[in-house]
Design a protein around this ligand. Structure first.
Ligand code: GYE
Length: 364
């Protein structure tokens, strides 16, 4: 692998892009979002994603024929977040940028991801990137990658493996913190509405069970719920991170309970489905409605939903991991060490903000 010169050029190009692009996400950040993550050694990273919107030229690697081959085992195409994430990888890992990307959509099935990883090993890719559907069950296939000498980088969701030398690095959102931010927002919102001491009935439409975005957000909200003895969690059910399932689960919640005050949706798309179900049941939602609806991700459609008065708040999870993973790969190529765990700074948004202007600046 004689890619030293190319690597140096790419790093230079990426650095320039990051600097030239300014601090977009900081401009749109809501207040009070970032406490330090729980794990003290963790780093937060934001620069690489700034490169996303910018098409700065990279060296003509395609001409040299010396591309870095990256296999990306993607979860699926279940949500707007996922679409933005796929787009981020496809626009980053291009031939012009010096890469050959082999992309696999696992349709939300772990067995498909394991097959994809094995096929990447067989094709002798230079790097394997995985956004794991669920946290557990990866040891065997990661050992196979290690034996083949192929570095594995995790992005988005985490893997729960006993031996952390099985992967080089992970970059993604701090899901527990996102859940806690959501719980704290709800407490403040209820207080401001004079409902701080009222009995509050909550339902949760969870994400894919066992996915770290589900595990972390459920845990984060629960940490805050424990501080409020007047909050009742009536029921939690998975909506698989999809709009269709979110709608179905909300329909069943509305049949079981006639006094729901809050629905927590573990992603925006589930909230869109839940909102449809609420309206179909003849109820209202949003800041002026019967039911408070909150969700995670902060995709553009969530801003439209808040502007329409349906959604109350959305807790950000940044999907633009392509440039972040590219930065990790470039450091590894240059023989540098990389931070093992890299959290991305995230904000939240609610209807008290100037959503039109924030939406105009959103990248996803
Ligand atoms: O919240 C959801 C997607 O893992 C953070 O997966 C990701 C989640 C995201 O389907 O929309």
């Amino acid at each position: 692998m004689k890619r030293k010169v190319l690597s140096a050029l790419l790093i230079a190009a990426m650095t320039m892009t990051a600097v030239g692009c300014g601090n977009k996400s900081a401009d749109t950040a809501a207040p009070a979002e970032t406490e330090a993550p729980a794990e003290a050694e963790a780093e937060t990273t934001d620069d690489a994603a700034e490169a996303e919107a910018d098409d700065t030229e990279a060296p003509a690697a395609a001409a040299s024929g010396d591309l870095i081959t990256v296999g990306y085992a993607q979860v699926g195409a279940e949500s707007d977040w996922r679409t933005a994430n796929t787009e981020s990888f496809k626009s980053t890992f291009t031939e012009e940028n010096g890469y050959k990307l082999i992309f696999d959509d696992a349709q939300q099935k772990q067995e498909n991801q394991i097959k994809a990883i094995r096929s990447f090993i067989q094709q002798e890719v230079d790097y394997i990137v995985v956004a794991p559907v669920v946290e557990t069950g990866w040891e065997t296939v990661l050992e196979e990658a290690k034996e083949a000498g192929i570095p594995v980088i995790l992005s988005d969701r985490m893997m729960d493996v006993s031996d952390d030398t099985l992967f080089e690095a992970w970059v993604g959102g701090n899901f527990v913190l996102e859940g806690e931010t959501c719980g704290n927002w709800l407490a403040d919102y209820l207080d401001a509405a004079g409902r701080g001491d009222e009995e509050i009935n909550i339902v949760t439409i969870q994400g894919t069970i066992g996915a770290s975005a589900q595990v972390g957000r459920t845990e984060g909200v629960d940490n805050i719920l424990k501080e409020h003895s007047n909050w009742n969690m009536l029921e939690m059910q998975s909506g698989e991170f999809t709009q269709a399932k979110g709608q179905e689960v909300m329909e069943s919640f509305l049949k079981s309970y006639d006094d729901i005050d809050v629905v927590i949706c573990e992603n925006d798309n589930e909230a869109f489905g839940a909102i449809d179900a609420i309206k179909a049941a003849g109820k209202t939602c949003g800041p002026d409605g019967d039911i408070i609806v909150v969700s995670f991700d902060s995709v553009k459609a969530a801003f439209e939903s808040m502007i329409a008065g349906d959604l109350n708040a959305t807790f950000e999870c940044n999907p633009l991991h392509g440039p972040r993973v590219a930065e990790i790969i470039q450091k590894l190529e240059a023989g540098e060490t990389v931070d093992k765990i890299q959290y991305v700074d995230e904000a939240y948004f609610d209807t008290s903000m100037d959503l039109e202007s924030i939406l105009a600046e959103r990248l996803y």
